[in-house]
Design a protein around this ligand. Structure first.
Ligand SMILES: Cc1cc2nc3c(=O)[nH]c(=O)nc-3n(C[C@H](O)[C@H](O)[C@H](O)COP(=O)(O)OP(=O)(O)OC[C@H]3O[C@@H](n4cnc5c(N)ncnc54)[C@H](O)[C@@H]3O)c2cc1C
Length: 412
């Protein structure tokens, strides 16, 4: 390990990567972030500021900046093909721990807050860059980059998302770790025109038989964030946009509500993306001086609603483990620190990966009856004798099950 200032390479400048970069940069590490995109990634829907997300942003002194970027939200509503509401869940439901919260911001805005803080912690960002090869040496990991000259680091962190290259380079092919949930999801930003129906702060979901779901939720002023979910385990190649749009046309064409408008808007959206809903399960997150963090290690899938919370908490646990073991002054303690990090995160990850019972079916019901039952359940859970139990269950969502002092996910 380098004498004095240890060097860490973080591959992936997303939520987990930049959060860790802020922490290690402030703790005196020399931090380089290699992000494959040509600039900070935009796109993505809203993420909430409850539980772990809030705790870690408070700790970083970034909560106020995140709160300045909130998207105004009033709640979620499930609608039929004509737009008639079947069920609603306001942001106040379940003591604020419901499906949509008052405190949500776009993923891209949170990424910007973290990126700027990392820059302020003297972190170097290299965009359009990635690791091509990782070779262990007696003193570190030698990294061959796509464009920059090779360089040795004391620690390499793979924070490069669910399709992680670092994971592939160090632990083998994605197929060994990917657990498909049987659904795929397209998402993009729709720019409103004079004819676009206003959302008025409501996140609208239309389910249709055959496991198809179309959603629109509030974004920045003048925009809506659209999601299209459907049953699939495989997809056309990522570069083949034409095949992707043809597939979406086939699945959603007759679905009613605003889906025709969405299919047209998808084609011109600058941030269109399509992927399967998967979980990533890796039995060990570190090998030598390489460690995985965030979705690359444990993606619980967007259906968990906990991807950002786990990414932020994971970054904090890794930074804490390195700090507690005083790895900067005692390089031989790195393996112990990485083991401690894993032990501290596993219970949370296991809990997050256990999706709410029926969550996959509920996201995209198979039949008209399933859709009606879903709407009935949403209404029922918010009233009558089950309401208290549902509120308790919602408060526990995403909390570390091994901790005796489970708090509501509001707690700062
Ligand atoms: C553009 C975008 C939009 C998203 N939208 C949503 C959403 O709407 N809802 C949701 O639940 N989750 C969304 N996610 C996923 C969500 O951000 C993560 O689940 C969560 O925040 C965990 O963060 P992460 O840092 O592990 O992964 P991510 O936030 O996905 O960050 C990974 C980063 O690694 C970069 N990267 C990938 N491959 C390489 C490589 N080979 N070399 C270098 N860098 C690489 C990516 O460009 C990205 O910046 C989105 C992710 C991205 C990148």
């Amino acid at each position: 390990m380098s004498k004095g200032q240890p060097k860490v390479l973080v591959v992936g400048g997303g939520i987990a990567g930049d959060a860790l970069a802020v922490m290690l940069g402030r703790a005196g590490w020399e931090v380089t972030v290699a992000e494959i995109a040509p600039g900070l990634r935009t796109g993505g829907q809203t993420v909430d500021l409850r539980g772990d997300s809030r705790d870690v942003l408070v700790r970083l002194g970034l909560l106020e900046q995140a709160l300045d970027r909130l998207v105004p939200q009033r709640g979620a509503a499930w609608i039929d093909r004509t737009g008639r509401r079947l069920a609603t869940m306001p942001v106040e439901a379940f003591d604020g721990n419901g499906y949509v919260s008052k405190e949500e911001l776009l993923r891209a805005d949170l990424a910007r807050v973290l990126h700027d803080a990392a820059a302020g912690a003297r972190v170097t960002h290299r965009f359009g860059e990635t690791a091509e090869e990782l070779t262990d040496t007696p003193t570190g990991v030698r990294v061959r980059f796509r464009t920059a000259p090779p360089e040795e680091f004391d620690l390499v962190v793979g924070a490069d998302g669910a399709h992680s290259r670092v994971r592939r380079l160090r632990f083998g092919p994605e197929e060994s770790y990917r657990r498909p949930l049987g659904l795929a999801h397209a998402w993009f930003t729709l720019t409103e025109t004079a004819d676009t129906p206003a959302l008025d702060g409501w996140f609208l979901t239309h389910n249709a038989p055959g496991r198809r779901t179309a959603e629109a939720r509030p974004g920045h002023p003048g925009t809506q964030e659209v999601g299209l979910t459907f049953a699939a385990t495989g997809l056309p190649a990522r570069q083949d946009r034409a095949a992707q749009f043809t597939l979406l046309d086939e699945v959603f064409a007759d679905m009613g509500w605003r889906t025709r408008e969405f299919l047209a808007a998808a084609r011109t959206a600058p941030d269109f993306a399509l992927d399967t809903y998967d979980q990533i399960q890796v039995p060990k997150w570190h090998a030598g001086r390489v460690v995985l963090l965030g979705d690359s290690a444990w993606c619980a899938s967007p259906l968990s609603g906990l991807g950002t919370a786990l990414a932020l908490r994971g970054a904090a646990q890794l930074a804490d483990a390195l700090e507690s073991a005083a790895v900067r002054d005692h390089p031989d303690r790195l393996p112990g620190a990485l083991t401690a990090f894993e032990e501290s995160m596993r219970p949370r990850v296991r809990a997050a990966q256990k999706l709410f019972p029926g969550r996959v079916r509920q996201a995209a019901p198979r039949t008209e009856r399933g859709i009606r039952v879903n709407a009935w359940l949403i209404r029922r859970l918010q009233s009558g004798p089950v309401q208290k139990a549902a509120t308790r269950m919602a408060a526990r969502h995403g909390q570390d099950p091994s901790r005796p002092d489970r708090r509501t996910s509001h707690a700062a």
